[in-house]
Design a protein around this ligand. Structure first.
Ligand SMILES: [Zn+2]
Length: 385
């Protein structure tokens, strides 16, 4: 597929770098900017495919590292691929496992063509590199595969960062040469932390390999927000304007608005379902702890004006009660609300860019959205995505 057919740039905002586009994949089109729900273990935690579709979910994430360990590729092959296995007939993006190997597993040895590590589950010795990661993603049959990269922690020394960028570029070239499943797109991942020279170098090397899209990695690794924004700002100018850009593992609703303004098209984040499991709900004014005593007799919906199933049918008092007595439904209803909230923010962003009112929406979020420390900490601990 040519780049023009694969990604159509529909409208650019005049007040920022925001844009509206359409990404065409083997399982259908995705309107961007898009939020992708995280289904690490072939399931978006607590939500089924029917409700995901009803909420407006366009594309979900699966994960190479986790699915390769359990259920294993024999089962996925026998099922006829990941779409069939989990009964999700819309687009799927798979992460390569690089992030998990470097954050979750105990690394034994970084070798020329991959990493030898111990499984976080049972300590068994495993190996994952460009070849293995692409083979697993071809077996999963995802619509978008990610290259296997070296994702270092934000506390890395300059020397460690240099090594990570070199390996990321070398491994990207190896990934580029591997067979794909029919129609599968492959995205490169730019590393280099907050170092402008490394980001530029890594981006230029990857763009030279002509991937279908580009991700900005090495964000959401525990760095403070200004550093994260800076990593995006110093990378974006080196990514082709006519191809999709994806910021991995981010962020809060207010951060997504700011990242769209910086030219990012695609996002994934565990926050909507993760904080739901802590009894927290996202609103346009920040997050609230529904579990807290303040809502004991509050018979309003989680968020006034929200069109989600939870807000249309249930009250804060009822959901708080469910959470307090440990009923699964409480967590499910919060997951429904939070996921729909994220999707609605993206729908509003797309509509605002098309209508030429994105700047007003951006200012509304900057003024009204109060981030809470608890949520930012939950993002910092996002290693299990
Ligand atoms: Zn709601």
């Amino acid at each position: 597929m040519s780049h023009e057919r694969m990604f159509e740039l529909i409208k650019r905002d005049t007040t920022s770098k925001a844009r509206v586009g359409r990404l065409n994949t083997a399982h259908g089109a995705v309107d961007t900017p898009v939020f992708m729900s995280v289904g690490t273990q072939a399931s978006v935690k607590a939500l089924d495919p029917r409700e995901l579709r009803e909420m407006g979910t366009q594309i979900i994430l699966g994960n190479t590292y986790h699915l390769n360990i359990r259920p294993g590729m024999e089962i996925i092959t026998a099922a006829g691929g990941l779409h069939q296995f989990m009964n999700w007939q819309a687009p799927i993006l798979t992460d390569s496992g690089g992030f998990q190997v470097f954050s979750l597993a105990t690394i034994r040895k970084i070798q020329a063509h991959g990493v030898e590590f111990r499984s976080h589950l049972d300590g068994s010795l495993l190996f994952l590199g460009p070849k293995e990661a692409m083979k697993i993603q071809a077996t999963l049959g995802s619509d978008i595969a990610m290259v296997f990269d070296d994702c270092p922690p934000h506390t890395s020394t300059p020397r460690e960062l240099r090594g990570a960028v070199d390996r990321t570029v070398r491994w990207a070239r190896e990934c580029r040469e591997q067979p794909r499943s029919p129609g599968q797109l492959v995205f490169g991942i730019v590393q280099g932390a907050a170092n402008p020279a490394l980001r530029e170098e890594c981006a230029k090397e990857l763009v030279g390999m002509a991937f279908d899209g580009y991700a900005i990695g090495g964000v959401s690794v525990g760095e403070p927000e200004p550093e994260m924004m800076r990593a995006i700002e110093i990378t974006e100018p080196f990514l082709p304007a006519n191809q999709p850009r994806y910021a991995m593992g981010l962020g809060t609703p207010a951060q997504l608005v700011e990242l769209v303004a910086r030219g990012v098209d695609m996002f994934d984040c565990v926050l909507p379902t993760r904080v739901a499991r802590n009894g927290t709900a996202f609103t346009r004014k920040g997050s609230i702890s529904v579990k807290g005593g303040a809502y004991k007799a509050d018979f309003r919906p989680i968020e006034e004006g929200c069109d989600c199933f939870a807000c249309q049918h249930f009250t804060r008092a009822y959901i708080r009660h469910l959470l307090n007595v440990g009923e699964i439904l409480g967590l499910r209803l919060l997951s429904v609300h939070n996921t729909r909230m994220y999707l609605k923010v993206m729908e509003d962003i797309r509509a605002a860019i098309l209508a030429g009112t994105f700047d007003a929406l951006r200012r509304e979020f900057a003024t009204n959205y109060i981030p809470t420390q608890k949520v930012l900490l939950a993002r910092a601990a996002a290693a299990d995505r």
